[in-house]
Ligand binder design. Structure first.
Ligand code: DAU
Length: 354
């Protein structure tokens, strides 16, 4: 069994953050989203992983390397343009060969592993197994219609969804998927859709089985999805202060992870929270449900339920920062004394003085 993670695409819904970084590398609990996907696949026993890359190839390569960190081999596969998920499959044909493979969308997070899903694929001898989950806004997903437990129809982002069962961004295929991707045509949005390829398999008598997700799953397409994913992952962390802290009169409450070289002065950190290496926090309240990346300076400020990326400076900020996603190297400073909650989605290199 091989793995294929899709880490190309444009990430338009996460602009401005994705003007300067790959959406799959946005951090959740201080680790790129993509790493969670890699670990989920490694946990199923996959040792040979292909990663589809596009414009952000250099960043993805720099973050993931050759796979040695996970004891696997990573092969990078260049997609000429983000022409659809089925196009990405086509691009990976030489890498996959005749082997079955798990395809995993690099911006998805799924809890609880995929071992049983993989086991089910082998036991049922299906040509393809697709993960389904009920969602509140099925029009934003690929949607499956089932009859007596069998998939009868799949549609991509339907205006009028036939059910609330979304295709989760994880699939298992055998080599027949390559026949399907060669036979479908681009959709109205000019993409080769994986839903159309799977529909082709169904129409042509191949065995495509549904599998229900029972655990938490998130497509981190939008800022609020990343904040929710951050909360979910932080909910699972265990206290770790083994790196040591320079603590001057500060309190750490609940489950907190502190990376090396952190300095805390007259502050309260409320877990669950994670504080990145070399960050300095003075006269501030941080957390709960907050991830502070490395090299961040926070002075006289309150932050909760947020993700603050590397090297930000947040000083004397007059409002409590809440439910906010702040890109790297951003400066937030006080210039007046108004004091109200504020919700932010700021890109890298932003500056905000309020
Ligand atoms: O998250 C689940 C949904 O993912 C499914 O319900 C849909 O059926 C499926 O089409 C997909 O929809 P999205 O609109 O969320 O796909 P997105 O364009 O965000 O791409 C998913 C991942 O694949 C993302 O990490 C970028 C990558 N990608 C995307 C395209 C279009 C590529 O690597 N190459 C591509 O050509």
């Amino acid at each position: 069994l091989k793995g294929l993670i899709l880490s190309g695409g444009k990430g338009t819904r996460l602009r401005p953050l994705t003007h300067t970084r790959a959406k799959q590398l946005l951090p959740v609990a201080n680790r790129p989203i993509l790493f969670y996907g890699i670990e989920t696949l490694v946990d199923t026993g996959i040792k040979d992983l292909g990663i589809i890359v596009g414009d952000t190839r250099d960043e993805v390569r720099a973050a993931v390397g050759d796979g040695a960190a996970w004891g696997i081999k990573v092969t990078y596969i260049e997609q000429s343009a983000p022409l659809g998920l089925a196009h990405a499959v086509k691009t990976a044909q030489d890498f996959i060969g005749q082997d079955p493979f798990v395809m995993y969308l690099g911006d998805n997070l799924i809890w609880g592993g995929l071992r049983r899903f993989v086991q089910e694929f082998y036991e049922t001898k299906a040509n393809s197994l697709i993960l389904l989950s009920p969602v509140e806004e099925p029009q934003n997903f690929g949607v499956a219609q089932l009859e007596k437990g069998k998939i009868v129809k799949l549609v991509e982002k339907p205006k009028d969804p036939p059910s609330n069962l979304a295709l989760v961004g994880v699939y298992i295929f055998d080599h027949n998927i390559f026949k399907a991707v060669d036979r479908i045509k681009p959709s109205w949005r000019n993409e080769l859709e994986i839903t159309d390829a799977i529909q082709w398999l169904i129409t042509n008598g191949y065995n495509v089985k549904p599998y229900s997700v029972t655990n938490w799953w998130k497509d981190t397409g939008k800022a609020e999805d990343i904040l929710e994913a951050n909360r979910m992952v932080l909910d699972e962390i265990k206290t770790d202060m083994s790196a040591g802290i320079h603590n001057h009169n500060s309190q750490l409450v609940g489950r907190v992870v502190v990376e090396e070289g952190v300095e805390l002065t007259n502050s309260i950190i409320r877990g669950p929270a994670i504080i990145g290496a070399g960050s300095v926090i003075v006269n501030s309240c941080v957390g709960p449900y907050t991830s502070i990346s490395r090299g961040v300076t926070i002075v006289n400020t309150e932050i909760e339920y947020s993700v603050i990326m590397e090297d930000c400076r947040i000083i004397d900020f007059p409002s409590r920062i809440r439910n906010s996603l702040v890109g790297g190297n951003t400066t937030l400073c006080r210039s007046t004394s108004r004091c109200k909650d504020i919700n932010l989605v700021l890109g890298d290199n932003s500056q905000l003085f309020i």
